[in-house]
Structures are given as structure tokens and as C-alpha cells.
Design a protein around this ligand. Structure first.
Ligand code: ITT
Length: 197
């Protein structure tokens, strides 16, 4: 049983946590990762402007400030992306745009003949607390991009990404396995620790 700052005990899934996202894949993972915690994610798919910035942190800062004036806190936002070494970190903050335009097959075409296939998934979670305080939690997961699509699970770039130390793509791993090592899983566990403090 978890305790809040006053020492009061919470049972699993007893506290709503508002998550601002339109991505159902992210929400599925939030639900799974929070399952053993007092928090239960409540999706709000209000859209907010994602500025063109070179870092996920800047996108999250802007999103928190923009939303702060429009919806009630507390809430959490998630900005994530894949940073490919060969492209000096591109697509990074443009990860969704690249997915929506050229898709995974287009990414693989751009990678044809490329030997250095290392890349890193990053997730930056932004929290606006009830008292209006902003916090960020970062998680990373390094791995390689393969040259075909494998697996049915997950979402986004999961079918082409093999995390370091594994021989299966994120889309081939069981969701608990992905969450235990993923960028989002790591950032979420930091968020949960903060909320439970
Ligand atoms: P919201 O902003 O509404 O939360 P979004 O899909 O636009 O949803 P992002 O701007 O953070 O979210 O886009 C990041 C993209 O990176 C996302 O659309 C996926 O294509 C990809 N991505 C993020 N996390 C991923 C993961 O765990 N596995 C595979 N792809 C992921």
C-alpha cells in the first residue's frame, strides 16, 4: 500500500491521473505501467501546439505553459522520439511527422546501405502539479534499427527497433518486457516515485 505526504495510505488504482495525449499506444502503456501504483490514467485528448524545437524538453516546457492557462492541473504530457546516430539525432522532435509522411518503410529506405544503425528512444514526461509546479522526467532506451518490420505489438517505430541486449523488436516483445526497459517505462517510474514522495 502506497502512502501520500501525510502518511495516508492509497490502494492500487484509487487516484485519477490526467494524461494529455491523442496517442492510444501511449495510453495503453501508461495503463500497464501504472497498474501496480495508486494512479489510474485518465486520457484527455485535447490538442496542444508542439513547437518546432530541437529538444523534447523545450516542446514539453512550451506544452505545459500553454496548457496551464487552459485546463486544470494536475496533468501529464509525454513528448517522445527516436534519435538516429547516422542522421545526427534526426528525426528526434520530428519523429511523428516522419512517421506520418514517409512511414517506417520510408525510414528504412533512407537507411539502406547504412552500417551505423544505432539509435536512442527518448521520452520526456512533463507534469504540472496541482500547485502549478512544473516537473520533467526523462527516460532513454538505446538500440538498433533493423532493415525490415517485425512484430505486431506496440505502436509507432516498435517493429523496426531492437533494444540493446535483446534479439527481438519492441513489437515482438511482450508489453511488460517493453515497459520494463523502455524510455517511457523509465520516465514513468521516475514520475511515480515523485508523485509518491
Ligand atoms: P501526443 O503528442 O498526442 O501525445 P504523438 O503521437 O503526437 O501523441 P509525440 O509528438 O511524442 O506523440 O510523437 C512521438 C512519435 O514517436 C510517436 O507518434 C511515435 O511514432 C514515436 N514513438 C514514441 N514513443 C514510441 C514507442 O514507445 N514506440 C514506438 N514509437 C514511439
Amino acid at each position: 500500500m502506497a502512502k501520500d505526504v501525510t502518511g495516508k495510505e492509497f490502494s492500487k488504482g484509487s487516484v485519477d491521473l490526467q494524461i494529455i495525449t491523442s496517442n492510444n499506444g501511449k495510453i495503453r502503456e501508461f495503463k500497464e505501467i501504472l497498474r501496480e501504483s495508486p494512479y489510474v490514467p485518465v486520457q484527455n485528448n485535447v490538442s496542444y501546439p508542439e513547437i518546432q524545437a530541437s529538444s523534447l524538453e523545450d516542446v514539453v516546457d512550451f506544452g505545459l505553459t500553454w496548457l496551464q492557462e487552459r485546463i486544470s492541473s494536475p496533468f501529464v504530457i509525454d513528448d517522445s522520439g527516436v534519435f538516429i546516430d547516422h542522421f545526427n539525432g534526426f528525426p528526434g522532435t520530428y519523429t511523428r511527422y516522419i512517421y506520418d509522411t514517409i512511414g517506417l518503410k520510408g525510414v528504412l529506405r533512407q537507411m539502406e546501405g547504412v552500417d551505423d544503425r544505432e539509435c536512442t528512444f527518448r521520452c520526456v514526461l512533463g507534469l504540472l502539479t496541482e500547485s502549478g509546479e512544473k516537473q520533467k522526467f526523462v527516460g532513454e532506451c538505446s538500440g538498433t534499427l533493423i532493415n525490415e518490420l517485425r512484430g505486431e505489438g506496440g505502436f509507432g517505430y516498435d517493429p523496426i527497433f531492437i533494444p540493446d541486449g535483446f534479439d527481438k523488436t519492441f513489437a515482438e516483445l511482450a508489453s511488460e518486457e517493453k515497459n520494463s526497459i523502455s524510455h517511457r517505462g523509465k520516465a514513468m517510474r521516475k514520475l511515480i516515485d515523485f508523485l509518491l514522495q
